[in-house]
Design a protein around this ligand. Structure first.
Ligand code: PRT
Ligand code: ZN
Length: 286
């Protein structure tokens, strides 16, 4: 019996490079000679299946793959039964309804009787139901943003990231249907043995993702400012404090979250810290 853990990832597209980089940071290096649809990774007794993203939830739900990495938008659209194990922090986007700039919009009731083009008919239908909207859905598979301009629909429901595609097509985002990012999913039929290996993969992913969200900081602090500086530092534990060769000064090391980074740096500077060095962290194992 094949005991390799089977992981489905996107063959080529917006998720591919980040997925392969993330697995590489977890010590899983994938070589894919001749763009084959399957690859083996000896480091983790893993078999990788390269698929279209739309097929990943179904393969995982049916147990053809034990796990997968795919955008939540696709999972919810396909409405397959899979377990979301970890949010992976990349391919962040939202599924939104957008209307021409000239359309006077104030609430979801204004969507009544409109004709909306989308590649996400399932999610859009559920959204309309929830909001009590009666509108028609025109399913198209690509270039959704041009539908209003060519008279195919009144508005669209599509993935938005920076928002520039909407702007360049004279469209305005009026409702967010779903927030999405890439996630690790598991099959409901996964065996106990494979499950424990998937848990090990998840542990590695968490260590890498946590590291990405933090920075290691080193600074010199006059001893009279030490207590104030230590108060400012949010670190995992108390910071490391070591005497410098120069009398009256210490070196302080700590870990700070990326999202509060500039606030903390400004406060440290105001408290008297000097010579700050900020270093990326490769892994964080807590
Ligand atoms: O071939 P396959 O079926 O595997 O791939 P695909 O063509 O269906 O998907 P792909 O590779 O384009 O996207 C894969 C996943 O990336 C999506 O399912 C989302 O989870 C995620 N993602 C993140 C995005 C975007 N950002 C994104 N910006 N998917 C699509 N877009 C498109 C969007 O459709 C629109 O055309 O980018 C445009 C909007 O971008 P902004 O930056 O102008 O707002
Ligand atoms: Zn797709």
């Amino acid at each position: 019996m094949n005991n390799r853990l089977r992981l489905a990832i996107q063959k080529s597209g917006r998720l591919s490079d980040d997925t392969i980089d993330l697995l590489g940071a977890c010590g899983i290096h994938i070589s894919r000679p001749d763009r084959k649809l399957r690859a083996l990774s000896e480091q983790f007794n893993l078999e990788i299946l390269f698929l279209r993203d739309d097929d990943i939830p179904g393969y995982v739900a049916d147990g053809v793959a034990d796990a997968g990495i795919v955008g939540e938008n696709v999972i919810f659209e396909k409405n397959k039964e899979v377990e979301t194990m970890e949010r992976l922090g990349f391919a962040k986007c939202r599924l939104s309804i957008a209307l021409p700039n000239s359309f006077p919009y104030s609430s979801a009731a204004d969507l009544n009787n409109l004709h909306i083009a989308t590649s996400y008919p399932g999610l859009l239908e559920r959204f309309f139901k929830e909001k009590g909207v009666s509108a028609s859905i025109h399913e198209i598979s690509g270039s959704v943003e041009i539908a209003p301009g060519i008279g195919l629909a009144d508005g669209i429901c599509d993935i938005v990231s920076s928002g520039s595609t909407l702007i360049s097509n004279g469209l305005r985002e009026v409702e967010v249907v779903l927030q999405s990012e890439a996630v690790l999913i598991a099959s409901p039929t996964i065996s106990a043995d494979k499950r424990s290996r998937l848990d090990r993969l998840r542990f590695r992913l968490q260590s890498v993702l946590k590291a990405k969200q933090h920075r290691y900081i080193l600074m010199n602090v006059p001893n009279e400012s030490l207590s104030e500086v230590i108060q400012i530092l949010p670190g995992m534990k108390a910071p490391t404090v070591m005497p410098l060769a120069t009398e009256g000064w210490s070196s302080v090391h700590s870990v700070i979250p990326e999202n509060t980074f500039w606030d903390v740096i400004e406060k440290l500077k105001a408290a008297g810290a000097e010579g700050m060095l900020v270093i990326p962290i490769e892994k964080m194992v807590l």
